[in-house]
Design a protein around this ligand. Structure first.
Ligand SMILES: N[C@@H](CCC(=O)N[C@@H](CS)C(=O)NCC(=O)O)C(=O)O
Length: 311
């Protein structure tokens, strides 16, 4: 059993990306089931306010966002690698589209197709998170524009099918890569939560064969853990020591500054406050202390997150 804990819930597509990533690495891990809707007091105790799904915990280090989670898994468990070809930079770049515009399109199709079937509290929460303050109008527009949205999705599915045309097992060849998980979770979501998903995807046989190959990777060895136990595990250890200095940091960030980190989106999310431990081009780490958890370091991707210096 490794010390990896994933705070997640079964229906979350982004958590499915992380679960497949854990499967690629073949690590054993513990799963803490978190609520689908806020409040999530046991989770935010660890993150300092970040509420999205999933969050990875290893000891007293908390990794927010799958960008950061995949990067840390690669660092701690380098073999088998998420980057079996020499294209890591290109894959990270492509993942900004899978996690960005393509994810947003997927969410619009799923929420739009559900229309008034969505429970009111869920529609409001996810609507606000993904469509912004004017979410009710956004949901209505998605519902009315489903054929257009499906047309936008069909092109990318055609590209994936083309990439797989030679019958390869995974997108880059015989070995699974981060990019398989980064695309797969969207297909998993479309198939499972859009009533037209299975019919829509049946146009792409190579993609469907690949989807089955990725599903077969599985999730690694998973066992359940209570949130109380996860907090207890964090409370008995200290975060890993990180030293960093970057004279080229565009914001002039240096360790020891009091900062606020928040997703660079209009989702109305709670910012996380702490003392800067490290900031690189790809990551920002802040230190927090909680009465129950003790000292924790919270890690965020730098890309897509805003760091504001307080005072
Ligand atoms: N960029 C984030 C996106 C995470 C995300 O939006 N996850 C969804 C679940 S699939 C979420 O947080 N929904 C709201 C919630 O779970 O409270 C990541 O890659 O981890």
């Amino acid at each position: 059993m490794s010390d990896v804990i994933l705070h997640n819930y079964p229906q979350s597509p982004v958590a499915e990306k992380a679960r497949i990533a854990l499967g690629i690495k073949g690590v054993s891990w513990s799963s803490v089931e978190i609520p689908r809707l806020p409040p999530k007091p046991m989770l935010t105790k660890l993150t300092g306010g970040y509420r999205r799904t999933p969050v990875m915990q290893i000891g007293a280090d908390i990794y927010c966002d799958t960008q950061c989670i995949l990067q840390e898994l690669e660092r701690r468990f380098p073999s088998p690698t998420f980057f079996p070809t020499s294209d890591a930079g290109l894959i990270w770049s492509l993942s900004r589209w899978t996690d960005g515009a393509l994810f947003d399109l997927t969410v619009k199709i799923v929420l739009g197709s559900a229309g008034s079937d969505l429970p009111e509290d869920f529609a409001e929460d996810r609507g606000r998170l993904y469509l912004g303050a004017d979410w009710a109008a956004g949901l209505k527009a998605a519902n009315e524009n489903l054929p257009h949205l499906a047309a936008q999705m069909r092109g990318p599915m055609t590209w994936l099918n083309t990439q797989l045309a030679d019958g390869r097992t995974f997108l880059l060849g015989a070995e699974p890569a981060a990019i398989d998980a980064q695309f797969y979770h969207l297909i998993w979501f479309l198939r499972g939560r859009w009533n037209q998903g299975p019919t829509f995807l049946s146009e792409f046989p190579k993609l469907e064969a690949w989807e089955a190959n990725v599903a077969k990777i599985g999730h690694g060895q998973m066992s359940d853990l209570s949130p109380e136990e996860a907090i207890a595990r964090a409370s008995v250890v200290e975060p890993i020591v990180v030293h960093h200095e970057d004279p080229n940091d565009p914001q002039g960030l240096v360790a020891g500054m009091d900062v606020i980190v928040s997703p660079d989106l209009d989702g109305g999310e709670q910012p996380v406050e702490g003392t800067l431990v490290a900031a690189t081009s790809e990551r920002v780490v802040i230190a927090r202390t909680d009465a129950d958890v003790g000292n924790i370091n919270v890690h965020f991707p730098r890309i897509g997150y805003r760091v504001a210096v307080i005072g």
